[in-house]
Design a protein around this ligand. Structure first.
Ligand code: GDP
Length: 295
Protein backbone atom coordinates (compact mmCIF):
# COMPACT_ATOMS: atom_id res chain seq x y z
CA UNK A 1 0.00 0.00 0.00
CA UNK A 2 1.40 3.40 -1.01
CA UNK A 3 4.83 1.90 -1.76
CA UNK A 4 5.81 4.66 -4.10
CA UNK A 5 4.93 7.40 -1.63
CA UNK A 6 6.69 5.53 1.18
CA UNK A 7 9.85 5.20 -0.89
CA UNK A 8 9.85 8.85 -1.85
CA UNK A 9 9.26 10.05 1.70
CA UNK A 10 11.93 7.69 2.96
CA UNK A 11 14.38 9.20 0.49
CA UNK A 12 13.27 12.71 1.42
CA UNK A 13 13.81 12.05 5.12
CA UNK A 14 17.03 10.10 4.60
CA UNK A 15 19.31 13.00 5.57
CA UNK A 16 17.35 13.64 8.73
CA UNK A 17 17.39 10.01 9.76
CA UNK A 18 20.90 10.44 11.11
CA UNK A 19 22.97 10.79 7.96
CA UNK A 20 25.26 13.81 8.20
CA UNK A 21 24.84 17.02 10.11
CA UNK A 22 21.52 18.78 10.06
CA UNK A 23 21.35 22.38 9.02
CA UNK A 24 18.66 24.85 8.12
CA UNK A 25 19.55 24.25 4.49
CA UNK A 26 18.99 20.51 4.51
CA UNK A 27 15.78 20.88 6.54
CA UNK A 28 14.47 23.20 3.83
CA UNK A 29 15.64 20.77 1.13
CA UNK A 30 13.96 17.90 2.94
CA UNK A 31 10.67 19.75 3.18
CA UNK A 32 10.81 20.50 -0.52
CA UNK A 33 11.32 16.79 -1.22
CA UNK A 34 8.43 15.89 1.12
CA UNK A 35 6.18 18.29 -0.75
CA UNK A 36 7.25 16.79 -4.06
CA UNK A 37 6.52 13.28 -2.79
CA UNK A 38 3.02 14.33 -1.71
CA UNK A 39 2.32 15.98 -5.06
CA UNK A 40 3.48 12.85 -6.87
CA UNK A 41 1.06 10.84 -4.74
CA UNK A 42 -1.78 13.01 -6.08
CA UNK A 43 -2.17 15.19 -3.02
CA UNK A 44 -3.70 18.54 -3.88
CA UNK A 45 -1.13 21.34 -4.27
CA UNK A 46 -2.61 23.58 -1.57
CA UNK A 47 -2.75 20.74 0.96
CA UNK A 48 0.85 19.71 0.26
CA UNK A 49 2.00 23.31 0.68
CA UNK A 50 0.09 23.81 3.92
CA UNK A 51 1.47 20.52 5.19
CA UNK A 52 5.10 21.47 4.72
CA UNK A 53 4.47 24.96 6.12
CA UNK A 54 2.98 23.44 9.27
CA UNK A 55 5.91 21.05 9.67
CA UNK A 56 8.30 23.98 9.27
CA UNK A 57 6.43 26.07 11.85
CA UNK A 58 6.45 23.24 14.36
CA UNK A 59 10.14 22.60 13.76
CA UNK A 60 10.92 26.27 14.37
CA UNK A 61 8.65 26.37 17.42
CA UNK A 62 10.46 23.42 18.96
CA UNK A 63 13.92 24.74 18.06
CA UNK A 64 14.61 21.46 16.35
CA UNK A 65 18.15 22.32 15.30
CA UNK A 66 19.27 22.89 18.87
CA UNK A 67 17.98 19.56 20.16
CA UNK A 68 20.06 16.42 20.63
CA UNK A 69 18.45 14.40 17.88
CA UNK A 70 17.08 16.95 15.44
CA UNK A 71 16.58 14.44 12.63
CA UNK A 72 14.43 12.09 14.64
CA UNK A 73 12.38 14.97 16.02
CA UNK A 74 11.76 16.22 12.47
CA UNK A 75 10.64 12.77 11.36
CA UNK A 76 8.27 12.65 14.34
CA UNK A 77 6.84 16.06 13.45
CA UNK A 78 6.23 14.88 9.87
CA UNK A 79 4.51 11.72 11.15
CA UNK A 80 2.33 13.64 13.60
CA UNK A 81 1.27 16.10 10.91
CA UNK A 82 0.49 13.29 8.48
CA UNK A 83 -1.68 11.63 11.15
CA UNK A 84 -3.44 14.92 11.82
CA UNK A 85 -3.98 15.48 8.10
CA UNK A 86 -5.65 12.08 7.74
CA UNK A 87 -7.96 12.63 10.68
CA UNK A 88 -6.25 12.49 14.06
CA UNK A 89 -8.38 10.34 16.35
CA UNK A 90 -10.22 7.21 15.21
CA UNK A 91 -13.94 7.72 14.71
CA UNK A 92 -16.46 4.90 14.93
CA UNK A 93 -19.85 4.76 13.30
CA UNK A 94 -23.01 5.88 15.03
CA UNK A 95 -25.34 2.94 15.60
CA UNK A 96 -27.49 4.56 18.26
CA UNK A 97 -30.85 4.20 16.48
CA UNK A 98 -33.22 1.29 16.78
CA UNK A 99 -32.91 0.23 14.10
CA UNK A 100 -29.80 2.21 13.18
CA UNK A 101 -29.94 3.28 9.58
CA UNK A 102 -26.77 3.47 7.50
CA UNK A 103 -27.06 5.05 4.05
CA UNK A 104 -24.42 4.37 1.40
CA UNK A 105 -23.67 7.01 -1.21
CA UNK A 106 -21.13 7.29 -4.00
CA UNK A 107 -20.55 6.81 -7.70
CA UNK A 108 -21.23 3.60 -9.58
CA UNK A 109 -18.26 1.28 -9.31
CA UNK A 110 -16.90 2.93 -6.17
CA UNK A 111 -17.58 -0.23 -4.18
CA UNK A 112 -20.88 0.57 -2.42
CA UNK A 113 -22.48 -2.84 -2.82
CA UNK A 114 -19.31 -4.67 -1.84
CA UNK A 115 -18.82 -2.42 1.16
CA UNK A 116 -22.47 -2.76 2.23
CA UNK A 117 -21.86 -6.50 2.44
CA UNK A 118 -18.55 -6.09 4.22
CA UNK A 119 -20.10 -3.77 6.81
CA UNK A 120 -23.06 -6.12 7.35
CA UNK A 121 -20.65 -9.01 7.84
CA UNK A 122 -18.43 -6.97 10.16
CA UNK A 123 -21.42 -5.96 12.31
CA UNK A 124 -22.96 -9.42 12.25
CA UNK A 125 -19.72 -10.83 13.65
CA UNK A 126 -20.03 -8.45 16.57
CA UNK A 127 -22.95 -10.64 17.73
CA UNK A 128 -25.08 -7.81 19.15
CA UNK A 129 -25.98 -6.60 15.69
CA UNK A 130 -28.52 -8.08 13.31
CA UNK A 131 -28.16 -6.25 10.01
CA UNK A 132 -30.56 -6.08 7.08
CA UNK A 133 -29.36 -5.06 3.62
CA UNK A 134 -31.72 -3.02 1.44
CA UNK A 135 -31.30 -2.77 -2.35
CA UNK A 136 -32.35 0.65 -3.64
CA UNK A 137 -30.82 0.68 -7.12
CA UNK A 138 -33.91 0.83 -9.33
CA UNK A 139 -31.98 1.31 -12.58
CA UNK A 140 -29.85 -1.79 -12.71
CA UNK A 141 -31.61 -5.05 -11.87
CA UNK A 142 -28.15 -6.62 -11.86
CA UNK A 143 -27.24 -4.43 -8.90
CA UNK A 144 -30.12 -5.90 -6.90
CA UNK A 145 -29.01 -9.42 -7.84
CA UNK A 146 -25.45 -8.53 -6.85
CA UNK A 147 -26.59 -7.49 -3.36
CA UNK A 148 -28.51 -10.78 -3.04
CA UNK A 149 -25.35 -12.70 -3.97
CA UNK A 150 -23.43 -10.76 -1.33
CA UNK A 151 -26.18 -11.35 1.25
CA UNK A 152 -26.15 -15.11 0.53
CA UNK A 153 -22.38 -15.21 0.96
CA UNK A 154 -22.49 -13.70 4.43
CA UNK A 155 -25.85 -15.06 5.52
CA UNK A 156 -27.53 -11.69 5.85
CA UNK A 157 -31.08 -11.05 4.64
CA UNK A 158 -31.54 -8.68 1.70
CA UNK A 159 -34.72 -6.65 1.26
CA UNK A 160 -35.56 -5.72 -2.33
CA UNK A 161 -38.58 -4.94 -4.47
CA UNK A 162 -37.80 -5.58 -8.15
CA UNK A 163 -40.16 -3.68 -10.39
CA UNK A 164 -40.72 -0.88 -7.90
CA UNK A 165 -39.03 2.20 -9.36
CA UNK A 166 -39.31 4.46 -6.32
CA UNK A 167 -36.10 4.21 -4.27
CA UNK A 168 -37.54 6.31 -1.43
CA UNK A 169 -40.48 3.93 -1.05
CA UNK A 170 -38.16 0.89 -1.12
CA UNK A 171 -35.90 2.42 1.53
CA UNK A 172 -38.89 3.17 3.75
CA UNK A 173 -40.33 -0.30 3.24
CA UNK A 174 -36.91 -1.75 4.10
CA UNK A 175 -36.81 0.16 7.39
CA UNK A 176 -40.37 -0.95 8.20
CA UNK A 177 -39.39 -4.56 7.42
CA UNK A 178 -36.41 -4.24 9.79
CA UNK A 179 -38.60 -2.87 12.58
CA UNK A 180 -41.17 -5.62 12.14
CA UNK A 181 -38.58 -8.39 12.07
CA UNK A 182 -36.10 -7.49 14.78
CA UNK A 183 -33.20 -6.19 12.68
CA UNK A 184 -31.26 -3.52 14.59
CA UNK A 185 -29.14 -2.18 11.70
CA UNK A 186 -30.40 -1.32 8.21
CA UNK A 187 -27.77 -0.81 5.52
CA UNK A 188 -29.17 0.90 2.46
CA UNK A 189 -27.30 0.43 -0.81
CA UNK A 190 -28.22 3.09 -3.37
CA UNK A 191 -27.77 3.61 -7.09
CA UNK A 192 -24.72 5.44 -8.34
CA UNK A 193 -24.00 7.10 -11.68
CA UNK A 194 -20.72 7.25 -13.49
CA UNK A 195 -20.39 10.94 -12.70
CA UNK A 196 -22.03 13.40 -10.34
CA UNK A 197 -25.30 14.55 -11.91
CA UNK A 198 -28.33 16.43 -10.70
CA UNK A 199 -30.83 13.58 -10.94
CA UNK A 200 -28.61 11.32 -8.88
CA UNK A 201 -28.01 13.99 -6.27
CA UNK A 202 -31.74 14.74 -5.99
CA UNK A 203 -32.51 11.04 -5.60
CA UNK A 204 -30.00 10.37 -2.83
CA UNK A 205 -30.98 13.59 -1.10
CA UNK A 206 -34.66 12.50 -1.16
CA UNK A 207 -33.81 9.11 0.32
CA UNK A 208 -31.69 10.84 2.97
CA UNK A 209 -34.51 13.21 3.94
CA UNK A 210 -37.11 10.44 4.04
CA UNK A 211 -35.26 7.94 6.21
CA UNK A 212 -33.07 10.23 8.33
CA UNK A 213 -30.11 7.84 8.69
CA UNK A 214 -27.91 7.92 11.79
CA UNK A 215 -24.95 7.41 9.55
CA UNK A 216 -24.50 8.50 5.95
CA UNK A 217 -21.35 7.11 4.42
CA UNK A 218 -19.66 8.23 1.23
CA UNK A 219 -17.89 5.40 -0.57
CA UNK A 220 -15.04 6.32 -2.89
CA UNK A 221 -12.51 4.48 -4.99
CA UNK A 222 -9.05 5.52 -3.80
CA UNK A 223 -7.60 4.82 -7.25
CA UNK A 224 -9.41 7.88 -8.64
CA UNK A 225 -6.90 10.24 -7.00
CA UNK A 226 -7.84 13.92 -7.07
CA UNK A 227 -11.23 13.07 -8.57
CA UNK A 228 -12.04 11.24 -5.35
CA UNK A 229 -11.65 14.50 -3.49
CA UNK A 230 -13.82 16.44 -5.95
CA UNK A 231 -16.57 13.82 -5.82
CA UNK A 232 -16.43 13.81 -2.02
CA UNK A 233 -16.94 17.55 -2.02
CA UNK A 234 -19.97 17.32 -4.34
CA UNK A 235 -21.63 14.63 -2.20
CA UNK A 236 -20.82 16.40 1.05
CA UNK A 237 -22.40 19.63 -0.20
CA UNK A 238 -25.68 17.76 -0.72
CA UNK A 239 -25.66 15.18 2.09
CA UNK A 240 -23.36 16.57 4.78
CA UNK A 241 -22.30 12.95 5.22
CA UNK A 242 -20.79 11.52 8.40
CA UNK A 243 -17.83 9.60 7.10
CA UNK A 244 -15.84 8.35 4.16
CA UNK A 245 -15.14 4.78 3.08
CA UNK A 246 -12.02 4.49 0.99
CA UNK A 247 -12.05 1.38 -1.18
CA UNK A 248 -9.49 -0.44 -3.29
CA UNK A 249 -6.54 0.50 -1.11
CA UNK A 250 -5.13 -2.91 -2.03
CA UNK A 251 -4.64 -1.71 -5.60
CA UNK A 252 -1.95 0.46 -7.08
CA UNK A 253 -3.29 3.65 -5.53
CA UNK A 254 -0.93 6.54 -5.00
CA UNK A 255 -2.57 7.52 -1.73
CA UNK A 256 -3.52 11.12 -2.46
CA UNK A 257 -7.21 10.55 -1.67
CA UNK A 258 -6.45 9.04 1.74
CA UNK A 259 -4.26 11.98 2.60
CA UNK A 260 -6.41 14.81 1.20
CA UNK A 261 -10.06 13.93 1.79
CA UNK A 262 -10.26 14.79 5.48
CA UNK A 263 -8.93 18.28 5.03
CA UNK A 264 -11.18 19.05 2.05
CA UNK A 265 -14.53 17.87 3.46
CA UNK A 266 -13.60 17.78 7.15
CA UNK A 267 -15.17 14.36 7.59
CA UNK A 268 -13.28 11.33 8.87
CA UNK A 269 -12.34 8.27 6.86
CA UNK A 270 -14.04 5.52 8.89
CA UNK A 271 -13.26 2.29 7.08
CA UNK A 272 -11.07 1.13 4.24
CA UNK A 273 -11.64 -1.62 1.71
CA UNK A 274 -8.60 -3.73 0.94
CA UNK A 275 -9.90 -6.37 -1.45
CA UNK A 276 -12.95 -7.90 -3.09
CA UNK A 277 -13.62 -10.45 -0.37
CA UNK A 278 -16.15 -9.82 2.40
CA UNK A 279 -13.41 -9.91 5.02
CA UNK A 280 -11.35 -7.21 3.33
CA UNK A 281 -12.50 -4.35 5.57
CA UNK A 282 -10.50 -2.44 8.15
CA UNK A 283 -11.22 0.38 10.55
CA UNK A 284 -9.17 3.38 9.41
CA UNK A 285 -6.55 4.42 11.95
CA UNK A 286 -4.81 7.63 10.82
CA UNK A 287 -1.74 7.04 13.00
CA UNK A 288 -1.29 3.47 11.77
CA UNK A 289 -1.61 4.66 8.20
CA UNK A 290 1.00 7.38 8.83
CA UNK A 291 3.30 4.74 10.35
CA UNK A 292 2.79 2.58 7.32
CA UNK A 293 3.50 5.41 4.90
CA UNK A 294 6.59 6.64 6.74
CA UNK A 295 7.93 3.21 7.52
P1 GDP B 1 -20.88 -0.10 -6.67
O1 GDP B 1 -21.28 0.11 -8.10
O2 GDP B 1 -20.50 1.19 -6.00
O3 GDP B 1 -21.89 -0.85 -5.86
O4 GDP B 1 -19.52 -0.94 -6.68
P2 GDP B 1 -19.28 -2.52 -6.48
O5 GDP B 1 -19.44 -2.87 -5.04
O6 GDP B 1 -20.07 -3.29 -7.47
O7 GDP B 1 -17.72 -2.62 -6.80
C1 GDP B 1 -17.19 -2.39 -8.08
C2 GDP B 1 -16.01 -3.31 -8.31
O8 GDP B 1 -14.96 -3.01 -7.39
C3 GDP B 1 -16.35 -4.78 -8.07
O9 GDP B 1 -15.70 -5.55 -9.04
C4 GDP B 1 -15.78 -5.07 -6.68
O10 GDP B 1 -15.41 -6.42 -6.51
C5 GDP B 1 -14.58 -4.16 -6.67
N1 GDP B 1 -14.20 -3.73 -5.30
C6 GDP B 1 -14.98 -3.17 -4.36
N2 GDP B 1 -14.25 -2.90 -3.25
C7 GDP B 1 -12.97 -3.28 -3.50
C8 GDP B 1 -11.73 -3.23 -2.76
O11 GDP B 1 -11.63 -2.77 -1.61
N3 GDP B 1 -10.62 -3.73 -3.39
C9 GDP B 1 -10.68 -4.25 -4.66
N4 GDP B 1 -9.55 -4.71 -5.20
N5 GDP B 1 -11.82 -4.29 -5.39
C10 GDP B 1 -12.95 -3.82 -4.82
Amino acid sequence: MFNNLSDKLDKALHVLKGHGSITEVNVAETLKEVRRALLDADVNFKIAKEFTNKVKEKALGQNVLTTLQPGQLMVKIVKDELTELMGGDVEGINLSGNPSIVLMSGLQGSGKTTFSGKLANYLKNKKTKKPLLVACDVYRPAAIDQLHVVGDQINVEVFSDKGNNDPVAIAQAGVAHAKANGFNVVIIDTAGRLAVDEAMMTEISNIHKAIEPQETLFVVDSMTGQDAVNTAKAFNDILNFDGVILTKLDGDTRGGAAISIKSVVNKPIKFIGTGEKMEAIDVFYPSRMADRILG
